[in-house]
Design a protein around this ligand. Structure first.
Ligand code: TYD
Length: 211
């Protein structure tokens, strides 16, 4: 199964991805956890270029192609081989991030982006995508308090991050069978418990609990 975690900055995806991977492993599902941009030696180099706060003059399409270059490498080197070997792949951000940030955030044409994404991934689509939803204000406050890497995208306006969030919710609405939106403005343990319950429900074919 190919599972992705999406959401605005500060939604806690990375923490949740780590906890979920650990749990899956304990449950007997061999899991490969990767993050975007990055996840490969080449991808991590591209990540440095993308996130350097000094690169303020980067054109929106340069940004798209760099994210997609890192993604193409990740798909070819890690994701496809792992899925072929029967492993579960858990990816912290994937193609939907490009639609949300470069599409809804920067205003690039969504159909053009979908074409580029198709070329980069060969059409590989997640089986399940969790959207960890949080308001830009709360997300930003968490980012400031968390002391993690402060990247180029963090320098964007609150309006930009608001468009990203709206974009995610719209994308989720377009494909409700793939997406599950989870309220991420809650304690880590509560969000994690929901993710596990929802995943288990998917696996066993039961109706997900009302959250
Ligand atoms: P990262 O430090 O991984 O943040 P997070 O923990 O929030 O995922 O930084 C990823 C940043 O790159 C984040 O601001 C979103 C942005 N991004 C895009 O704009 N487009 C993309 O296609 C991807 C994968 C990420």
């Amino acid at each position: 199964m190919f599972i992705t975690l999406e959401g605005p900055d500060g939604s806690g995806k990375t923490t949740q991805a780590r906890l979920l991977a650990h749990w899956l492993q304990e449950e007997g599902h061999p899991v490969v956890l990767v993050r975007e941009p990055g996840g490969t030696t080449i991808g991590e180099r591209i990540r440095e270029v993308l996130h350097d706060p000094a690169h303020t003059g980067m054109s929106p399409w340069t940004e798209v192609f760099l994210y997609c270059a890192a993604r193409a490498q990740l798909v070819a080197e890690i994701i496809r081989p792992a899925l072929a070997a029967g492993q579960t792949v858990l990816c912290d951000r994937y193609a939907d991030s490009t639609l949300a940030y470069q599409g809804y955030g920067r205003g690039l044409d969504l159909d053009a982006l979908r074409l580029v994404l198709y070329l980069a991934t060969g059409g590989l689509t997640p089986d399940l995508t969790f959207c960890l939803d949080i308001s830009p204000e709360e997300g930003l406050a968490r980012r400031r308090a968390g002391g993690g890497e402060w990247n180029r995208l963090d320098q964007e306006t609150v309006d930009f991050h608001r468009r990203v969030r709206t974009g995610y919710l719209e994308l989720a609405g377009l494909e409700p069978q793939r997406w599950i939106v989870v309220d991420a403005a809650r304690p880590v343990d509560a969000v994690q418990a929901d993710l596990r319950a929802l995943l288990q429900a998917r696996w066993t074919g039961h109706t997900p609990p009302t959250l």
